[in-house]
Write a protein that binds this ligand. Structure first.
Ligand code: PLP
Length: 399
C-alpha cells in the first residue's frame, strides 16, 4: 500500500517504526512521564498541574448539567463564541469584525493553521517562512506539496524580520508568507515598523500572509503588539490564526479561531464541515466563559512576568550559556552554541536528568546551537525552578 501514498506524505512518520522520540505522538513522552521524568518541551501552560480557571470549570459543569452539549454546534462555531471573539479582537487590534462574516472557530489552532493555508497552496508554490519558527507551519506547507523557503532571522537583530531578506528569497513561485507573531521559539514580538515593512512587502508582491498569533495574549515590558491584519489593505490578504491554548491556558479544550476578510472566510465557511468537522460544544461553552473573564490572562501575565528573571538567572549563570528574558508567553530560548549541539545536549539532559527540552534545530536551519524550554510549565514557581536547575546540571555535566 505504501506506493499509493502521495509524495508529500512519504517522509511523514509517527515514531512507530523508527527510533525518533517525538514528544507529541507515539510513546516517547509517555515513557518519560511514567519514569518520573519532567517534560519542559510542550508549550502547554501550567503542564502537568491541574489549572482550570473557576469560571471555565463552572461553564463546563453548567453545560454538562444542562445536557445540550451532546449536540453539534455549527461547524463554524456557535454565534455566541464568535461574538465574544470579535469583541476580543476589537479590544486588541481595533478591527471591527462581523462575527458572521469574518470569524471561524477551529478545533485548536493547529487545525486552524492547516486550514488557513489549504485553499491557497499546491505543488510548485513557494512559501517564505522567517525562522526560527513553529515547525508545524513548515510541515503544513510540505504536506500540501508546496515548498517552505526558510528566511533566517538574526539574534543580533533580536530576530526581527528584514524586508530585504524576504526580497532576496522571492521568486515568481512565491505565493505566501507565514509568520509566527509573537514568535515560537524565541518569544520575540515583531515591532510596529517591522510589521509595517511586512505589510508593504506582502502588498507589493501580491502575497497572502498567514499570521500565527497563538501567543498574542501575554506580552511583557509594555512592548506594543500590532496585528498585521489591522494595517490598511491587509485584512483582505491576511489570514490570522489564534488560539485559546496559550494565553488562556485551555489547550485541552482544543479551541482556536481564524479571522480574515468576508471574501476569504466564505471559502472557509464553505468547506468547514468537510475539513474541520465542528468544534466541541462543551469546549465552546468553556471558551465563551474564558473570553468573558479578564482575570485569567491578567493572573498568568503577572505570574510569568515574575518568573522570567529567575529562569534567566539560572541559565545565564552557566559558563558558555546565555539567554534573554522572554518578550511574550511561556517560552525560553537559550543559546548553548559554545558548549555543543542542541540535539546532543537535549539527548544528554534526558539521560542525565530525565528532563525533556527541545533542540533549537527543530525550529529552522542554523539554530542548532539553541535549546527551547517551557518556563510556563507547572503552577508552582519552585517546581519550575527546580526543573530548570536540573537542566542547568545537565548543561554543566555535558561534555
Ligand atoms: C506557535 C504555535 N501556533 C499554534 C499552536 C497550536 O496550538 P493549539 O492547536 O493548541 O491552538 C502552537 C502549539 O504549540 C504553537 O506553538
Amino acid at each position: 500500500m505504501q506506493q499509493h501514498i502521495k509524495a508529500p506524505f512519504h517522509n511523514v512518520t509517527g515514531g512507530l517504526f523508527d527510533s525518533v522520540i517525538k514528544a507529541d505522538v507515539g510513546e516517547g513522552a509517555g515513557k518519560i512521564i511514567e519514569s518520573g521524568g519532567t517534560i519542559l518541551a510542550w508549550a502547554d501552560p501550567d503542564f502537568p498541574d491541574p489549572a482550570m480557571p473557576a469560571s471555565v470549570q463552572q461553564a463546563l459543569i453548567d453545560s454538562v448539567n444542562h445536557g445540550v452539549s451532546s449536540h453539534y454546534v455549527m461547524p463554524i462555531g456557535p454565534r455566541e463564541l464568535r461574538v465574544a471573539i470579535a469583541d476580543k479582537i476589537q479590544r486588541q487590534t481595533g478591527l471591527d469584525l462581523d462575527p458572521s462574516r469574518n470569524i471561524i472557530v477551529t478545533p485548536g489552532s493547529d487545525s486552524g493553521l492547516f486550514y488557513a493555508m489549504y485553499p491557497f497552496l499546491e505543488s510548485g508554490d513557494e512559501v517564505l517562512v522567517p525562522t526560527p519558527t513553529y515547525p508545524n507551519n513548515m510541515v503544513n506547507i510540505s504536506l500540501m506539496g508546496a515548498k517552505a523557503i526558510e528566511v533566517p532571522t538574526q539574534a543580533e537583530n533580536n530576530y526581527q524580520i528584514e524586508k530585504s531578506q524576504l526580497e532576496k528569497h522571492l521568486t515568481p513561485n512565491t505565493k505566501m508568507l507565514v509568520i509566527c507573531h509573537p514568535n515560537n521559539p524565541t518569544s520575540v514580538v515583531y515591532r510596529k515598523e517591522v510589521i509595517a515593512d511586512i505589510a508593504e512587502f506582502v502588498i507589493e508582491n501580491d502575497l497572502i500572509l498567514i499570521c500565527d498569533q497563538a501567543f498574542e495574549d501575554i506580552i511583557f515590558d509594555g512592548i506594543e503588539f500590532v496585528a498585521p491584519a489591522s494595517l490598511p489593505q491587509m485584512l483582505e490578504r491576511t489570514v490570522t490564526v489564534c488560539s485559546m491554548s496559550k494565553g488562556y491556558g485551555l489547550s485541552g479544550l482544543r479551541i482556536g479561531y481564524i479571522y480574515t476578510s468576508d471574501t476569504l472566510i466564505d471559502k472557509y465557511y464553505g468547506a468547514a464541515v468537510n475539513i474541520l468537522g465542528a468544534p466541541s460544544h462543551l469546549s465552546c461553552a468553556g471558551a465563551i466563559a474564558a473570553l468573558h473573564d479578564d482575570t485569567i490572562i491578567n493572573e498568568r501575565q503577572v505570574r510569568l512576568a515574575n518568573r522570567r528573571a529567575t529562569v534567566c538567572e539560572i541559565f545565564n549563570s552557566i559558563q558558555g550559556v546565555s539567554c534573554q528574558a522572554p518578550e511574550s508567553g511561556i517560552l525560553q530560548w537559550i543559546n548553548v552554541e559554545n558548549i555543543g549541539n542542541g540535539a546532543d545536549i537535549t539527548q544528554f539532559i534526558l539521560q542525565d536528568q530525565n528532563v525533556l527540552v527541545n533542540p533549537g534545530g527543530q525550529y529552522g536551519k542554523g539554530f542548532e546551537g539553541y535549546l527551547r524550554l517551557i518556563y510556563g510549565c507547572f503552577r508552582d514557581d519552585v517546581q519550575l525552578f527546580n526543573a530548570c536547575e536540573r537542566v542547568k546540571d545537565g548543561l554543566i555535566n555535558f561534555k
